[in-house]
Design a protein around this ligand. Structure first.
Ligand SMILES: [Zn+2]
Ligand SMILES: [Zn+2]
Length: 204
């Protein structure tokens, strides 16, 4: 393994080489956890959550139970992960709130706080707010794991972004970080030119 390896689940999750082993970025939907656990022959060193959404954090509890690994997330995301606060409803009549909150909750002792500027096995934590307020990515040598800061060749739709204006400004921020390749939660990877084209389209 040299770079991040995408595992195709509802959202891409990534196996990232670290020293002799690897760590995971994001954990899929709750009902994908069984398939994910079957895939992981060696224990991951840790789980890094880009943000609290169900398709990224839904398998976290199962991973923590199996491996007892630290689950790294920005403190802004914690209340959704522990159940202190309900996730915003999905745009589905009647079932929206229920579906958004189907993830098994994490106890606080599973969680480790991470903030902008900290390091995870040589990757720098960068704040990518907007899609959620506490979304974080990982940057190393121009390669960015960006969660849902970008989606396909654009932004996630406005209704799913906690602060759409901030999500737009984060596109500029991604370019200012000097990225040359961006791995996404949905679609991708993108090269720098695609992010530049998006920034032009958004006027940021
Ligand atoms: Zn997603
Ligand atoms: Zn998301």
């Amino acid at each position: 393994m040299s770079g991040p390896e995408a595992l195709g689940f509802a959202a891409n999750l990534y196996r990232v080489p670290a020293e002799e082993g690897y760590f995971l970025v994001d954990a899929g939907l709750p009902w994908e956890a069984k398939r994910l656990l079957a895939l992981l022959t060696a224990p991951p060193k840790l789980l890094f959550l880009t943000h609290h959404h169900l398709d990224h954090s839904g398998g976290a509890r199962a991973l923590w139970e199996r491996f007892g690994l630290p689950v790294l997330a920005h403190p802004e995301e914690w209340p959704y992960l522990t159940g202190e606060r309900a996730r915003p409803p999905l745009p589905i009549p009647l079932l929206g709130r229920k579906l958004a909150n189907l993830a098994p909750l994490l106890p606080k002792e599973a969680l480790w706080p991470i903030e902008e500027g900290e390091e995870v096995f040589g990757w720098r934590v960068v704040a990518l707010p907007g899609h959620t307020l506490g979304q974080v990515g990982l940057l190393k040598e121009g390669v960015l794991l960006a969660g849902d800061a970008l989606r396909g060749k654009g932004l996630p739709p406005r209704w799913i972004n906690e602060d759409h204006g901030l999500a737009r400004r984060t596109v500029r921020r991604i370019l200012d970080l000097g990225v040359r390749r961006v791995y996404l939660g949905h679609g991708g990877p993108l090269d720098r030119e695609a992010v530049e084209a998006l920034a032009r389209r958004l006027g940021v």
